[in-house]
Design a protein around this ligand. Structure first.
Ligand code: CA2
Length: 147
């Protein structure tokens, strides 16, 4: 059985916990990694959490993850709205991909935030449950890996 879940984060999420806490909360990506590990490790799965501001690097991570992963949790952040090369790369992977947004992208001040182009190629989406959405996505990927 594939034993790793990738947790991929797009632009600016390296600043999670530092900026706009009223929207995104106070947890950092390190906290998110710990919450994801608490879901995955009892099932014998590992978490590999990464963040990049580079679209090219994100494409390369999806390409490298084409085979052999239990699943991918993906917060595309600003890539959600225009990064078609990333959308194409998601289509290459053979594991489930769950899109996660910390905020409810359908309930934000700007309408463009609700139009993620990634959703059409992801297995499912969690949006608006805060950083807890990451661990919930991992929980579902653990269930799917056991099937
Ligand atoms: O709610 C989410 O998780 C988002 O994907 C976050 C993105 C935003 O562009 C999406 O519309 C929704 C990134 C927001 C800007 O980056 C920040 C990172 C940390 C703290 C504050 C802002």
């Amino acid at each position: 059985m594939a034993d790793t879940i990738l947790v991929l984060n797009g632009p600016n999420l390296n600043l999670l916990g530092e900026r706009e806490p009223e929207i995104y909360g106070y947890d950092t990506l390190e906290d998110v990694a710990a919450q994801c590990r608490a879901e995955a490790e009892p099932a014998g799965l590992k978490i590999d959490l990464r963040q990049t501001n580079s679209e090219a690097e994100m494409v390369e991570w999806f390409q490298a993850g084409r085979k052999g992963l239990a699943g991918i949790v993906f917060n595309p952040a600003g890539f959600s709205y225009a990064a078609y090369p990333v959308l194409d790369a998601i289509k290459l992977v053979d594991c489930p991909v769950i899109e996660v947004h910390i905020s409810n992208i359908h309930r934000r001040e700007a309408e463009w935030r609700s139009k993620s182009i990634m959703t059409q190629v992801c297995t499912g989406i969690i949006s608006g449950l805060g950083v807890a959405g990451y661990a919930l996505a991992v929980r579902r990927l653990v269930q799917l890996a056991k099937k």
